[in-house]
Design a protein around this ligand. Sequence first.
Ligand SMILES: [Fe+2]
Length: 330
Amino acid sequence: MTPSLFGRMRLGYVLVESQRLDAWHRFAAEGLRLHVEPAGDGGLVLRVDDRARRIVVRPGPAEDVVAIGWQLDDAATLDLALQRLRGAGIDVERIGDADAAQRGIAAGWRCRGPKGTPIELFAQDQALLTDAPLAMRASGFLTGAGGLGHMAITTREPEAMERFWREAFDARVSDRIEDRLSGVTMDFTFLRLNERHHSVAIACTRGLRINPMRTSIHHLNLQVASFDDVVNGYRQCRALGYPIASAIGQHPNDKELSFYVQSPSDFEIELGWNPLVVDDAAERTWTPGAYRGISLWGHFPENQTLGLKAGQFARGLLSLTRREARAGGR
Ligand SMILES: [Fe+2]
């Protein structure tokens, strides 16, 4: 039987590049209520558990996520993932020592997924740990077997995106949702790599495929330990004036209670609590669901300026004029 990567891969770290370091510091420490410390190169290190680095903000012009690190169980599992990518004709290259250190790993590999998604891979024992205590306002974050959280990505070529995650990494479809947002029908696919209901969500417009997002991801989700953490994070982000993209609400599929706030680099952070866990027992009987409506209740937009919407609309139209990068493309 072909060995599977399912259950042996999870979100490990995220590297952001921004010139708004002061804004990120305040946003992460006071809004998201994470542990924040200087990175030594002028950047920031954000921690939520015993990993030395979970989210790194490095100084630079991109104002975007520039690397998404996926953790494999061990060296053999990492080799299998690399083999899969190479077999699919995707170039993988070793991450240099200085870049690895910046990400809080001893060694790793990188490649480009569909839409140029900056995917990186590392073995679990290559992650740098710390026993320095966490100094953060949140009561805690849940990582473990489900990893750091999930990412959601908008694309005009959702079939290629889904095929990539299923064929390269044995992702399984948890559910699909359709919704009508601002007069446009959207399709969402939720992909599971481990016990987390989804590690990757894919969003696209139906019919005319537009992508209004400037950034490589739509949002990064982090899982807080308690209901109070969602409420306090929401109240704090709101009080500090951060744009609340979606106020507290609940998704129908993973039942996660969450809110979405715009980061200083535009992509959103979703702080969520209590998503469904697809454990071994649930895995045996899981059948992908189909839902109408991305939210069971809530998730209403706040603080959305007309300017932001006009900008997104213009970007969406512009996106029609170019093809998305294929996996492995430079
Ligand atoms: Fe999400």
